[in-house]
Design a protein around this ligand. Structure first.
Ligand SMILES: [Zn+2]
Length: 338
């Protein structure tokens, strides 16, 4: 065999090296696809820890929308005596894993399923991190409409299940639902801030956190969400809650199957800061919650009364929106007009 020259040997070595580098690079790419994506999207100092969700983890499964009372003016209500449905195994697992984030796959209708996180300084945005743009995400049932009675006018917000300040999650479609401004900015915020405050002032502590959107059948917009939280290290002494948040907006009726909406002028929660009622002339009414019939105050036919303030300019639309009107209301409107 002819002896190879020194130059040819060098060339062969170089080719082998290049091939090795390319092969190694391709191997690394194929193995780190989704992980590197989450890491770069998360402005955190800590590596993201993905949680392996086991099927028996669905412990709120027994809770259904039929257990939830109809909204009558309180945007948020306690569930299960304010005790989260976390099992002992889940609490122990959280202690072992220290921190993690899990966002359930969208279901066959494209709806978010669950955010299940063990929150801590590891999952929160680093100081100075900027919120990313989430406008490219169109959550299931997304249908925007503006109303004068809503602060900033627009009804729908891209509502994070696990809030940005807790999870540093931006445009993650598994973590954003069509939520009213009232739910997002008024009802949820108090609980998110309570959790954030605890984690911020207790570095090294963690909160097991699960947000579950609850849908009625095949509807695309959630009727509400269940928020569960428990501080891990002290087993709930500092933070513990289990609340249902209504995805409603005072003055607006939402078609939950497609996200379309209409103005009702029926304001159950008149104190909601998102409701600007200054230019509206509102009158007292009552709704019989068992029959959805609207009455004037103190009508003897009203059995299960939920008081509300109503915009009488919108009263003519109430029947078409599914609220029957008692004769006492027409008498009242005549008296006002006279
Ligand atoms: Zn009546």
């Amino acid at each position: 065999m002819k002896k190879l020259s020194k130059k040819t040997k060098q060339n062969i070595l170089t080719v082998i090296l290049i091939v090795l580098v390319v092969v190694l690079y391709l191997y690394k790419e194929s193995n780190s696809g989704t992980q590197s994506e989450t890491e770069s999207a998360q402005p955190s100092l800590y590596p993201s820890q993905t949680y392996e969700f086991s099927s028996d983890n669905d412990s709120i499964g027994k809770l259904s929308l039929s257990d939830i009372p109809e909204y009558t003016g309180k945007g948020i209500i306690e569930i299960n005596a304010n005790k989260p449905y976390f099992t002992e195994d889940e609490m122990n697992e959280a202690k072992t894993l220290v921190y993690f984030e899990y966002y359930g796959d969208l279901d066959s209708l494209g709806r978010c399923t669950v955010a299940y996180d063990c929150l801590g300084v590891e999952t929160m945005p680093v100081s100075g991190a900027k919120r990313g743009d989430i406008s490219e995400i169109h959550p299931s049932g997304w249908h925007q409409r503006s109303y004068d009675c809503i602060n900033q006018n627009t009804l729908m917000t891209r509502t994070h299940l696990a809030g940005w300040m807790l999870s540093a999650e931006n445009a993650n479609e598994k973590n954003l639902i069509s939520g009213t401004r009232y739910m997002n900015a008024d009802s949820m915020l108090e609980y998110e801030e309570m959790t954030e405050n605890y984690l911020y002032h207790n570095k090294g502590k963690h909160v097991l956190y699960r947000i579950t959107p609850m849908y009625n059948g095949d509807e695309l917009v959630a009727r509400g969400i269940l928020m569960e939280a428990r501080s891990v290290e002290d087993n709930g002494k500092s933070i513990e809650y289990c609340v249902y948040v209504y995805n409603v907006q005072p003055g607006i009726k939402i078609n939950y199957s497609n996200g379309w909406s209409d103005y009702t002028g029926i304001f159950f929660d008149i104190s909601a800061p998102s409701v600007q009622v200054g230019n509206l002339e509102l009158y007292d009414f009552e709704m019989d919650m068992s029959s959805h019939i609207i009455h004037a105050p103190q009508c003897s036919e009203c059995k299960e009364a939920a008081p509300f303030k109503g915009d009488i300019d919108a009263a003519s639309s109430w029947p078409s929106l599914g609220y029957d009107i008692c004769d006492c209301v027409y008498d009242m409107l005549d008296a006002i007009a006279a």
